[in-house]
Design a protein around this ligand. Structure first.
Ligand SMILES: NC(=O)c1ccc[n+]([C@@H]2O[C@H](COP(=O)([O-])OP(=O)(O)OC[C@H]3O[C@@H](n4cnc5c(N)ncnc54)[C@H](OP(=O)(O)O)[C@@H]3O)[C@@H](O)[C@H]2O)c1
Length: 294
């Protein structure tokens, strides 16, 4: 029997990657914002007839803009997951909810484990942390999957911004004192599919929180320099100089954790999932954007 998964945020990096997967026995339904507005959700019960899982990839992801639009960020990142999870509980189906490394505090050291205390320092992080809590409190069987630094050949992300700026400028300044783990949207989507399949296939699968990013670690500066090395190899124009600067030298409206590396060992232990090194993932994206994909 074919399962139907409702994926929100189907036009985003992760949602698109999930919708592109060919998952045997699964029909992915990914309505665009015009058909399912997370800021103004309709009565969900009719929509969930025949649906076997919700995968919530939709989010207000503009981290800096959220500082001046807290109500909209809260509607999408907190109220919407609460409504989706409550509906999942009523329908007896699981919800797989994607969250973020930005729930962690500005200071302290990674790699962060799932049980480490959260203490968000931005509106985005706070609304996502509250969204997690709402899913946990809903009574629905759930997986909360925290990821970080999502990159892909689609949509807006740091790798694409670097390539665009690098083509325009001879030098760039990039923050070198924030550490994290880049995550390929396609790798995350495959992990989400495996987690969702476990929840729909095994009624005993316990709810929980898992971390999921590509393996290894870097800084924004490290990610930029690696991106440019691959881009140069592909014949793209890159800046002559990529200077390492501090967070203090690049003030932004939202504060970010200095070290939000994620410890993904629980995902490996519980689901047998370990993502490839981030460098391999970034290589694939840059080569794809350069038209050099194999
Ligand atoms: N991007 C990152 O670096 C990052 C890092 C850590 C965690 N995450 C989490 O990973 C998940 C997926 O992120 P992503 O990188 O795929 O983000 P993304 O590319 O920015 O996509 C966000 C998606 O949410 C949708 N959305 C926003 N507001 C909506 C609304 N009112 N109604 C319906 N849909 C709405 C967007 O639709 P439109 O196309 O119509 O705007 C888009 O499909 C999110 O939970 C995010 O918090 C992301």
């Amino acid at each position: 029997m074919t399962e139907r998964w409702l994926v929100t945020g189907g036009t985003g990096q992760v949602g698109q990657a999930l919708a592109r997967l060919d998952i045997p026995g699964v029909e992915v339904i990914a309505p665009p914002r015009a058909e399912l507005d997370l800021a103004a959700l309709p009565d969900l019960d009719p929509l969930l007839e025949g649906v076997s899982a919700i995968v919530n990839c939709g989010a207000y992801t503009a981290v800096d803009k959220a500082e001046s639009e807290p109500l909209m960020a809260r509607a999408i990142n907190t109220a919407a997951p609460a409504r989706l999870a409550a509906a999942a509980a009523r329908m007896g189906i699981p919800i797989i909810h994607v969250s973020t490394d930005y729930v962690f505090p500005a200071d302290g050291h990674g790699p962060r484990r799932e049980d480490d205390a959260v203490a968000p320092v931005s509106v985005y992080g706070q609304t996502k942390a509250d969204g997690e809590d709402a899913v946990r409190a809903s009574g629905a069987r759930h997986a909360i999957v925290r990821t970080a630094w999502v990159v892909s050949a689609d949509g807006a992300n740091f790798v694409k911004t670097m390539l665009r700026l690098g083509a325009e400028r001879d030098s760039l300044n990039v923050v070198a004192d924030q550490r994290g783990c880049p995550t390929h949207a396609g790798d995350l989507a495959a992990a989400l599919a495996a987690i969702t399949a476990r929840f729909t296939g095994d009624a005993q699968q316990a709810s929980g929180t898992w971390h999921c990013s590509n393996s290894g670690e870097t800084t924004w500066h490290g990610l930029a320099t690696h991106t440019f090395a691959v881009a140069a190899d592909c014949g793209m124009k890159v800046p002559a100089q990529v200077a390492a600067i501090t967070t203090a030298e690049y003030p932004t409206p939202a504060r970010r954790p200095a070290d939000s590396r994620l410890d993904c060992s629980r995902l490996s232990a519980d689901f047998g999932i370990a993502l490839r090194p981030w460098q391999d993932a970034v290589d694939e994206i840059v080569r794809q954007l350069a038209g050099r994909a194999d």
